[in-house]
Design a protein around this ligand. Structure first.
Ligand code: SF4
Length: 336
């Protein structure tokens, strides 16, 4: 994955009153991206596959109207967004079922307004630490060269007494975030997986090695750091490949008395997601055979298919052992 440059852009003119809006416009002009100045986003395509793929290459520069932030339990108190959707084409992505037929990328220009809303939520929380997640409906990294918004957010939280930020990414383009005053108030998390899982299912994202090298730089820059290993899949040779991944990680990430957190998530799917995945990726190699799975009631009111009990237990034990073997200060936050 190189720098993300959209193929088409739609711009709400009101967004050009903001510095971020002007910066995005400069970027688009520099790369000769075709622009339409309208609020009506049109996505070409006759089939679900075409609509989906074209959406992921299209941006809409607009304004965030969010005044009241949604809770984000259990990972943070609230969630906010600088962008929505992403250029990734991960076959299993849970956002597939929540962002409709045309998940085009929204970029919010009014970051000052977003920070104002965040500050209000912090002030309303009586001097307690308040945590915010900014990657619930997006991956914030691919847009950094275009917007600089995440850098601004990290600096905002760096100065903030009680606000804390966290996010997760599958991308490696993090160099503009290394030398900034984060003050340890932002937790950087990388979503990692074996090279095979990334190659087969996480199209248009950074490779395993790119993510791991980026994590090493983030660690050296003093950020609190964690990893989401997800979705963990069983396939011939899975144990060897997950061990190779952990070994590589331990080579690049030096702990220096710091806790490195690990969130372990086994592969799962819902009936709705399965249908959508087959319509968008008809040749998918994702293993979604209901008979080989166990039904589990999910927190969002839907049944999901996870690995059977013995298999799931084996994943948990094996991955926990790897964390213990390669990271003296590794902490498994949870396995699900
Ligand atoms: S990068 Fe993250 S948000 Fe984007 S498609 Fe992949 S899993 Fe979904």
């Amino acid at each position: 994955m190189k720098e993300f440059i959209p193929e088409k852009a739609f711009i709400d003119s009101a967004s050009l009153e903001y510095e971020t809006g002007k910066r995005v416009l400069n970027f688009l002009e520099k790369y000769n991206v075709p622009i339409s100045f309208t609020n009506r986003v049109k996505i070409e395509g006759d089939t679900p596959i075409e609509k989906y793929a074209n959406s992921k290459r299209t941006i809409f520069l607009t304004l965030s109207k969010e005044k009241k932030l949604r809770p984000c339990s259990p990972s943070a108190d609230f969630q906010f967004s600088l962008t929505r959707s992403c250029p990734g084409l991960c076959e299993y992505c849970y956002l597939q079922t929540t962002q409709g037929e045309r998940p085009y990328i929204r970029i919010f220009a009014n970051i000052e307004d977003i920070f104002h809303v965040i500050q209000k939520h912090i002030d309303d929380n009586d001097e307690k630490k308040t945590t915010f997640e900014c990657s619930s409906i997006t991956d914030p990294i691919p847009f950094e060269a275009m917007t600089g918004s995440l850098k601004a957010a990290i600096e905002f939280f760096g100065k903030n007494k009680n606000g804390r930020l966290r996010f997760v990414t599958k991308y490696h383009m993090i160099d503009n975030l290394l030398d900034i005053p984060h003050n340890g108030h932002t937790t950087f998390r990388f979503s990692i997986n074996t090279e095979k899982v990334i190659r087969d299912f996480e199209h248009n994202t950074s490779s395993m090695e790119e993510r791991i090298r980026a994590a090493g730089k983030v660690c050296d820059a003093g950020y609190p750091l964690g990893f989401i290993v997800a979705p963990i899949m069983r396939y011939p040779g899975w144990k060897t490949e997950y061990e190779e991944m952990m070994y590589l990680l331990s080579r690049y990430v030096s702990e220096k008395d710091r806790v490195i957190s690990f969130e372990l998530i086994q592969h799962r799917y819902t009936e709705t997601a399965k249908k959508l995945i087959y319509s968008r990726f008809p040749k998918t190699k994702l293993e979604m055979n209901d008979e080989k799975r166990k039904l589990k009631w999910g927190p969002y009111g839907k049944f999901k298919y996870v690995y059977k009990k013995e298999e799931s237990e084996e994943i948990k034990q094996f991955m926990t052992l790897l964390v213990e073997k390669y990271f003296q200060n590794g902490k498994v936050e949870y396995f699900t």
